[in-house]
Design a protein around this ligand. Structure first.
Ligand code: PSU
Ligand code: MN
Length: 304
């Protein structure tokens, strides 16, 4: 086994016995939500995975190891440290490991860890993508390139409209990454169920999704899949209201000159502030909804 991997015994046994496991990221804990909601949500998400018949494995870098399956104490430590933890994507992993720093994994780094551990299904809130104005800034999330190369399915609530959804879909197409809508043929936009962008494939059940994942990987096509699961109706926010808030957040970001890896965390925090916390309520609801679907897919997926 990889000398940097540290898989907790419960998760290790489940993987070995081919029981369903769901990977969970930790940047959403450190940089995606404020304390204490971040800790409460992380623990609730784990409980939701268990309730739906799978073992949760929250992933982070600690003490020079890639930890797969954090303990509640470790989750608390990460949640309290917040943005002092290093937001860790693929490129950050080497130094975070060698210097034994605390690193919260983004979608890209979580996919890497999940694949190393042998976990195929991963639940989160939203993935990174092509930022608005990327023709000038070149700001395209490493998540997209990870999806091209790493064979893990990511269940998310679509793509947050802080990003350019059209360009993100184009890049995913170029990279050969399938995007499947769960019970919808429209790309959901995180806080809202609709975006106006059509998807080629609508999947209506966890079984259907598991069968298509199996077809992809058994046919020898490596790489990830985006499974886009709309936020539950009762937590969906008004698209015009959100568009307005997002524009304000992006304007402020540009005035302050915030860019690179700080951009996404800044925008998430600003949106929460401008919506007086309303965005956080829908954010928590959609993550739980994704955890449930991921657990159902993991139960149906047969690892060949
Ligand atoms: N989008 C969200 N919430 C998040 C993130 C993205 O709606 O918490 C986090 C994820 O960890 C994702 C990362 O992998 O931000 C992408 O960051 P960047 O845009 O810098 O690649
Ligand atoms: Mn970026």
């Amino acid at each position: 086994m990889n000398q940097f991997l540290d898989i907790n015994p419960e998760v290790f046994a489940a993987i070995k016995e081919k029981r369903p496991v769901v990977a969970l990221e930790s940047t959403i804990i450190s940089h995606g939500m404020p304390y204490p909601e971040n800790m409460e949500t992380a623990l609730k998400v784990e409980a939701e995975v268990r309730k739906n018949g799978a073992i949760p494995a929250t992933i982070a870098l600690m003490n020079g190891k890639i930890k797969v399956g954090l303990t509640p104490d470790e989750i608390e430590k990460l949640a309290k440290a917040g943005t002092r933890v290093i937001k860790t994507s693929r490129r950050d992993i080497p130094v975070v490991l060698s210097k034994k720093l605390m690193g919260a994994t983004t979608v890209s780094a979580t996919m890497i860890a999940a694949e190393l551990a042998g976990i195929k299904i991963f639940a989160t809130g939203g993935i990174g993508g092509v930022h608005r104005g990327a023709n000038q800034t070149f700001d395209i999330s490493a998540d997209l390139y990870e999806l091209e190369r790493t064979s893990v399915a990511v269940v998310c609530a679509g793509i947050k409209s802080i990003l350019d959804l059209g360009l993100t879909l184009e890049v995913l197409e170029t990279l050969g990454v399938p995007v499947w809508g769960y019970q919808t043929d429209e790309l959901p936009a995180f806080y809202t169920r609709k975006s106006g962008f059509r998807l080629d494939y609508q999947m209506n059940s966890a079984t259907e999704i598991a069968e298509a994942l199996n077809a992809k990987w058994q046919a020898g096509l490596q790489g990830g899949v985006v499974i886009a699961n709309p936020v539950p109706e009762e937590f969906s926010m008004d698209p015009n209201y959100m568009e307005n808030i997002i524009n304000q957040a992006i304007d402020e970001q540009n005035q302050l000159g915030i860019k690179g890896k700080e951009s996404t965390p800044f925008l998430l925090a600003k949106i929460k502030e401008l919506t007086q916390g309303k965005s956080l309520v829908s954010n928590i609801a959609l993550v739980l909804n994704n955890a449930k679907l991921a657990a159902e897919i993991a139960q149906n997926y047969i690892d060949g």
